[in-house]
Design a protein around this ligand. Structure first.
Ligand SMILES: [Zn+2]
Length: 340
């Protein structure tokens, strides 16, 4: 298959073993709740996990029944292949049409309409709502009605990275299952077995420990330039260097990513100021550079500045119109003023 039609992954990742075991046990005991929220940080593979569970519930390979403890989706039967290709008649995925768009009531109506037809293969029917925290209020209310009477043999998996953004009434009707990043050594081992590029722990620090995000970030310019950026920020504090030239040198970076990373670095800086051990830092590999900031800037000032960075980032995420170069320059001017 080409890239236009990538197949779904219908296998859980090793760091999801506990969650998989739990759902498998509940399924084998016929006690699987009809609605689940899979929640946790982004890029932990929660959507892939939901697809793996959908395949597990729809797989028609009869031999699986002899192995109750390990009867995961066989990956090969007709039903498994239909799930992989998003063509199974009893499997429905709802997701935002575009990265920045909400899930609207029309998408939920389509789901309800799909579910109102009887099962075409006389078995379970599975719905995944990906990025369910992006449902707008009409969509949420429509889903709430559906959750009250979903019908027999229907299972709904809400994939969510902002649990608080879901209606409390939706949360209370679902069982919640949380997902976390693997241990650093497990993450490194998994990457080494699955990717061609050289894996180092500094990349995983950037990816908050998520191997899947590490794959995305391996060529990220902010990651590649991290030491020179920190050297630049240091120069701005110490030498009264020219903000405009740095703003222009850094203008090609994704500003949201740049600010997110800078914010996280300053969170570490504050921790250093409070006497934290290096092991408590996210960017352990940058600790000597961050120590310089901790010594050069007053804690209260770092905190205020960091709140501004965070607010700016939220503003950018809402896609407000902006001039990236000017915005970065004004942030750098504020940064420079912290030193005095
Ligand atoms: Zn199968």
């Amino acid at each position: 298959m080409g890239d236009d039609n990538p197949q779904l992954i219908i296998e859980a990742y090793p760091w999801q073993a506990a969650q998989q075991d739990l759902l498998l046990k509940l399924t084998n005991a016929s006690r699987l709740h009809h609605a689940f929220i899979f929640h946790g940080a982004e890029h932990l593979g929660k959507f892939d996990f939901a697809c793996a569970m959908a395949a597990l519930l729809l797989c028609e390979n009869k031999n699986r029944d002899q192995h109750k403890q390990t009867n995961l989706a066989c990956q090969n039967c007709h039903a498994c292949n239909l799930v992989k290709n998003m063509a199974h008649p009893d499997f429905f995925i709802v997701r935002p049409e575009k990265e920045t768009k909400p899930i609207t009531v029309d998408a939920i109506r389509e789901l309800v309409e799909f579910m109102s037809r009887s099962s075409s293969r006389q078995g379970r029917r599975i719905v995944i709502i990906d990025q369910s925290h992006r449902m707008n209020s009409n969509a949420s209310n429509a889903l709430l009605k559906f959750l009250e009477e979903p019908g027999d043999n229907v299972h709904i998996f809400l994939v969510c990275s902002e649990l608080d953004a879901l209606l409390p009434t939706i949360r209370s009707r679902c069982q919640k299952l949380s997902f976390v990043a693997p241990e650093m050594t497990d993450a490194v081992d998994w990457l080494k077995a699955n990717v061609e590029f050289k894996v180092d722990t500094a990349l995983l620090e950037y990816a908050s420990g998520s191997p899947l995000l590490a794959i995305k970030l391996q060529n990220n310019p902010v990651f590649a330039d991290r030491h020179s950026i920190l050297a630049g920020l240091k120069k701005l504090l110490a030498d009264n260097a020219n903000c405009m030239s740095y703003a222009s040198a850094w203008s090609d970076y994704s500003l949201v990513f740049f600010l997110t990373w800078w914010h996280a670095c300053l969170v570490d800086t504050l921790k250093i100021k409070l006497g934290a051990d290096i092991k408590q830092l996210r960017f352990q590999s940058l600790s000597s550079e961050l120590k310089f900031f901790a010594e050069a800037i007053d804690a209260k000032k770092i905190q205020t500045f960091n709140e501004e960075l965070f607010a700016l980032r939220l503003q950018l995420l809402r896609a407000a119109p902006f001039n990236q170069g000017l915005m970065l320059e004004s942030v750098l001017l504020k940064w420079q003023a912290l030193a005095v």
